[in-house]
Design a protein around this ligand. Structure first.
Ligand SMILES: NC(=O)c1ccc[n+]([C@@H]2O[C@H](COP(=O)([O-])OP(=O)(O)OC[C@H]3O[C@@H](n4cnc5c(N)ncnc54)[C@H](OP(=O)(O)O)[C@@H]3O)[C@@H](O)[C@H]2O)c1
Length: 296
């Protein structure tokens, strides 16, 4: 029996890298990177070549881990953020619908305003407060409107042992400094890229025998680690696990102005993904320990 082809777009990003290593039991994986190293070179803003590759490969499943993730820079480059995070996603969805490929796409807690007294549910009104969030929301809408058989997984505060992320930045600062000041009035759930990939694989394993068709399970699902903390709490946990002596001083968002505003409370409610697929990621603190226990 021939194994289904799976195309992973953005295979060198935090999530894409882990997806490449996690979905292998489900099919023949082809990765794509912007720089073309060790895989196909695809710039998703080049719609003609994106379409050409999809039509030529005819994957059964496309995992889109490509994104413009520079939240502050997006305020100055909203057109580029929208081209990558929204327009290309709509094109991808339309071609996927035509060739009969299922799509997994990732979205963000930053589609919500952050003003809430409970974790956000998938059908709560999205009202992003920055350009990155607006571009990601437009991508979700474009994919849903494309008619593709699509799963949109909204996650948050992604980190890994490689890439650009808070964990690696904080480990460096904690080693170099006597004290660091970290925002304590924004809360969310730090989520290890490995667990996003594992959660994705466990969901997809349930659809694999049907050629990854999602049918009435298509749509938007939150997928983050459990519990919640602030960036300050996350930094303290990194400090405690690493044994550094650096002081972690809580500061207010107003004391640490950045170009892009952030939602103050972006906790996501993960009940839907658990009820539909039986998948629940571990608590953020346990996940951080698992990640750091790998050493290095
Ligand atoms: N990072 C977070 O904290 C966070 C939080 C919530 C949700 N998410 C979502 O989770 C998903 C994965 O994020 P991540 O953290 O894994 O992102 P990431 O590490 O920034 O990786 C994004 C990937 O997209 C590639 N890319 C960018 N522009 C491209 C283009 N025009 N054509 C082709 N590839 C392009 C990048 O390639 P280069 O490296 O070569 O530029 C990189 O490999 C995204 O949908 C993101 O919005 C992330």
């Amino acid at each position: 029996m021939t194994r289904p082809r799976i195309l992973v777009l953005g295979s060198d990003g935090q999530v894409g890298f882990q997806i490449m290593r996690t979905l292998a039991p489900l099919g023949e994986i082809t990765g794509s990177r912007l720089d073309g190293a060790a895989g196909l070179k695809i710039d998703v803003t080049d719609h003609a070549s994106l379409e050409r590759v999809l039509v030529a490969l005819r994957p059964k499943l496309i995992v889109n881990a490509v994104a413009y993730t520079a939240v502050d820079r997006a305020e100055e480059e909203p057109k580029l953020a929208t081209a990558i995070n929204a327009t290309a996603v709509g094109v991808l969805g339309a071609v996927a619908a035509r060739i009969g490929a299922a799509v997994v796409h990732y979205s963000t807690d930053y589609v919500y305003s952050g003003v809430t007294d409970r974790p956000w549910r998938e059908d709560d009104t999205a009202a992003p407060v920055n350009a990155y969030g607006r571009s990601k929301l437009a991508g979700d809408e474009a994919l849903l409107a494309s008619g593709a058989d699509a799963l949109i997984l909204r996650t948050s505060w992604v980190y890994d042992r490689r890439g650009r992320n808070f964990l690696l930045t904080m480990r460096r600062l904690l080693a170099e400094r006597d004290e660091v000041r970290v925002v304590a009035d924004q809360i969310g759930a730090p989520t290890w890229a490995r667990l996003i990939a594992q959660g994705t694989a466990l969901i997809l394993a349930q659809t694999a025998v049907d050629g990854f068709r999602l049918g009435d399970r298509r749509g938007v699902y939150n997928l983050t680690c459990g519990g919640a903390t602030s960036w300050h709490g996350f930094a303290e946990a990194i400090r405690d696990f690493s044994g550094a002596r650096c002081k972690v001083i809580p500061v207010a968002t107003a004391e640490y102005p950045l170009p892009a505003p952030r939602p103050p409370d972006s906790r996501l409610d993960n009940a839907r993904v658990e009820a539909t697929f039986g998948v629940r990621l571990p608590d953020w603190h346990d996940a951080l320990r698992l990640c750091l226990e790998e050493g290095g």
